[in-house]
Design a protein. Structure first.
Length: 151
């Protein structure tokens, strides 16, 4: 059985890059505005705080956009910009679809529920529309899990 990659399509990556670009411009504008308007001695603390938040947000978005999962015969391998993690199929207790209601709308993603430890969100599955692509990703993951030896 060949390995299968789960992640964002190129169209989804492009759409999320546009959102990331808007967020980068907004945060850069806040940093510049704070630097020009705050005249008290503690302004460098404000600028440093915004700068650290800015870098962390950009890094998180890159990690989120390019994160993928490799489904193999032995297990699930999470590959993100900053880490690699492998979970054998024997440690998987279930695959669930999670719905989150936020101010920006309703978002869905897929999670690997483990026998021990916390559930892990599968990169490349976050979407704000309930579509066939998310259902297909869920189906592929569940089929791989059901066919895994020893499960």
């Amino acid at each position: 059985m060949p390995n299968v990659w789960i992640g964002f399509s190129s169209a989804d990556r492009q759409r999320y890059w546009w959102r990331t670009g808007v967020m980068i411009l907004v945060l850069a504008g806040v940093i510049v505005a704070a630097g020009l308007t705050v005249r008290e001695p503690g302004r460098w603390w404000w600028l440093g705080g915004f700068g650290v938040f800015f870098v962390a947000m950009v890094f998180s978005m890159i990690n989120w956009i390019y994160g993928r999962v490799l489904l193999s015969a032995t297990g699930v391998e999470f590959r993100t910009f900053v880490s690699r993690r492998s979970i054998p199929w024997s440690e998987v207790a279930g695959i669930e679809k999670r719905q989150r209601v936020l101010r920006s709308g309703i978002w869905w993603d897929l999670r690997v529920v483990r026998v021990r430890g916390r559930a892990l969100t599968i990169p490349g599955t976050l979407t704000n529309r309930m579509d066939a692509e998310l259902e297909q990703k869920l189906s592929v993951i569940q089929q791989r899990w059901s066919r895994a030896p020893g499960c």
